[in-house]
Design a protein around this ligand. Structure first.
Ligand SMILES: Nc1nc2c(c(=O)[nH]1)N[C@H]1C(S)=C(S)[C@@H](COP(=O)(O)O)O[C@H]1N2
Ligand SMILES: [Mo]
Length: 331
């Protein structure tokens, strides 16, 4: 399932037009079936060139629709990472700390039934089944560059809708300043939750304006399919201008708070992993440089690396969120 797109074909198009339209629409229709109607299970069915004609054509991101942005220019020369890498080279410490372990171990994760609890400083706290969550918004494909703090990157076509849709639905109180994301920690199905490598459950957090940014994606699928367990099924976060560890997998609770959440990696090593975690080539990790990255599947270990871009290439979209902040202190 290798997805290769011609940079020439892409150079005049917006990101959502990079994929040949017929393939895109068929994938979308298949995803709607698999996510919405429950007709398909697992993999193998999607990414077909033939299929039902969809009735809904996805729209562009409002923030990106008007003119070609730095993001679009950057993505026009990027190609999505092969599905085999995106689904076998993973960080999901609950299933092991080796990159190959989540793909081997995560089959034990039980994603049905799944309940998402929304609590804290909101007018309408609620418990929603996965299907109810998915009905809150219109699914879109977003091709995002992902940059892991360890120095590698991928380009992944995610499927989901902006987190802001869910946030508006539960009506946060004025006192809500942050959102905490709590993920599943089940020692019965997650072999590494017994270890002390992190303080479980894995918790992440965003400031409210970051959570409301249209690029912040509540994600249910990738490459036109439901998420594989190792990629955080059935529901995860994707905040593409931040290091990968911000993207909490298998979320069970979303809590609105007035205080900055204590996040898993910040608790483990505060001097190495800050709350903001914005991709920043100018701020080194204490133990290594963040100036360059290795694109998985593209560069061999000994090939040249890519330059890491400020805010992972999403500077035009998100830099204003941090104006006036010292990003070497708020790393
Ligand atoms: N629950 C949970 N979420 C997690 C992690 C984890 O260990 N546990 N690892 C994070 C890290 S470090 C990265 S780089 C991304 C990897 O996402 P991917 O495997 O889909 O590429 O997931 C993030 N979300
Ligand atoms: Mo990561």
């Amino acid at each position: 399932m290798l997805i290769r797109l011609s940079p020439d074909a892409a150079s005049t198009d917006l990101p959502s037009d990079i994929t040949p339209k017929h393939a895109y629409l068929n994938r979308r229709a298949l995803l709607q079936q698999s996510l919405g109607l429950g007709l398909l299970t697992g993999m193998g069915a999607a990414w077909s060139q033939t299929g039902p004609t969809p009735t809904v054509v996805p729209g562009k991101l409002p923030a990106l629709a008007s003119k070609r942005s730095a993001l679009e220019n950057a993505l026009a020369v990027d190609v999505p990472t092969a599905y085999t890498y995106a689904s076998t080279y993973n960080n999901y410490y609950e299933f092991g700390t080796d990159k190959s372990e989540p793909a081997r171990n995560a089959h034990t994760l039980k994603t049905k039934p799944w309940t998402l609890e929304i609590e804290g400083l909101v007018k309408k706290p609620m418990r929603l089944g996965l299907e109810e969550v998915m009905k809150l918004g219109a699914m879109e494909e977003r091709i995002y560059r992902m940059r892991c703090v360890e120095g590698w990157s991928m380009v992944i076509p995610w499927i989901g809708f902006s987190l802001s849709t869910l946030v508006k639905h539960v009506e946060p109180l004025g006192s809500a300043k942050f959102i905490e994301f709590v993920t599943l920690a089940d020692p019965k199905t997650m072999p590494n939750v017994g270890s002390r490598v992190l303080d479980w459950p894995y918790i992440e957090g965003l400031r409210m304006d970051e959570a409301m940014h249209p690029l912040t994606l509540l994600t249910f699928g990738m490459y036109g399919e439901i998420l594989p367990n190792q990629n955080g099924a059935p529901i995860r976060l994707n905040v593409p201008w931040k290091y990968g560890f911000k993207n909490a997998k298998s979320i069970v609770k979303i809590r609105f708070t007035d205080k900055q959440p204590a996040t898993a990696w910040n608790k483990a090593a505060a001097n190495e992993y800050g709350f903001y975690s914005n991709v920043n080539p100018n701020v080194d990790h204490p133990r290594w440089s963040q100036a360059t990255e290795r694109r998985i599947g593209e560069d061999g270990l000994f090939n040249k690396k890519r330059k890491t871009l400020m805010f992972n290439g999403y500077e035009a979209q998100v830099a204003s969120l941090y104006s006036g902040m010292d990003l070497s202190k708020n790393f």
